[in-house]
Design a protein around this ligand. Sequence first.
Ligand code: MG
Length: 380
Amino acid sequence: MCPERPNHPDSASGPDAASGGVRWPQVASYAVNAGDWCGREHDEPEHAYRNPFQRDRDRIVHCAAFRRLQDKMQVFTGDFGDYHRTRLTHTLEVVSIARTLGRVLELNEDLVEALGLLHDIGHPPFGHAGEDVLDAFLRDCGGFNHNAFALQLVRETEIRTPEFRGLNLSRNILDCQTWRAGKQGVAPNLECQVVDLADSIAYNAHDLDDALQLGLLDWHALLELPIVADIARSLPVASVRDSETRRKILVRTLIDEQVTDAINNSRIVLSACKGWTCQQVVQSGVRLGLSHAESLEKSELERFLFSNVYRHPRVVAARDHAQSLMSALLLAFEEEPSQLPNSSSHPLPGPELRVAIAAHIAGMTDQYCLRQHDSLVRRV
Ligand code: MG
């Protein structure tokens, strides 16, 4: 939704005129339709057969920052093995759940997919542990926020043409990411809401799966959670004895139960919005999400994960190690800014240099950050 701007010139006379040879998905009135397409910061000719959000999706998938998600940790570093999720596989699971929600609720699935692929692209190395270090480093310069950094990556850092910087994503995408960076008011559209919902459904389920597989969680302690106990009661007896099968059934049932609840609850909400436009549902504060009962169980699961997984001694030790390593690397760059790329044009010591250092490190993968630490701090 972009009420303050004129629509893209091609979209003024409706979906058919807007699309030309481009196919827009058939969606409900309250979804982002062709007429809601807000154009790009830099005008570009329309593509012959991909709609603007499909082009956004492809630009995100083909950019370097997206590929680097394969070596950025979600919760567990590479030292824990190779079963657990990375930031990339988490992203793909979010997209999978969000597309299901979007399709069933007749939202714009192309926009949902692009938003899901983008949603974690601004994460620095070592996840939230790394983010906290960067935030403290930039305390006097506005702090660090991975959602805001995502905007910097796609608007400034990534280069795909000599004519302008950035990926030139649609304003619809940028508006959603801007909202994610500030989280004030309501999301600019329902597509943005289902991506946020899918994010938490995905990470709760896969963090549980990873922690059980790693032996960080005790199955019997988990059974104290009603949401898990209910699922466990319905498990076939044979699978209850086999811990791996039991874990997999638990995780997929957990996702299925929450997605089904979100769909049923959202359908009730949307039944009062027949014929409404995207702008009307946003201005009316329509919120898609889980039922009250399911939300309570989800919150309980999140508290359990916080206490038993994110604060597990092994996870805390890995977090502390990553944080001390990143702090040392920040200091090394500050003491020796000539080590920055394009060092001939780096700013003088002060806030601008700190921002440049933080941006450089935030774009690194976990492994590259470790190698830089070896090179600049340990001098090996
Ligand atoms: Mg996420």
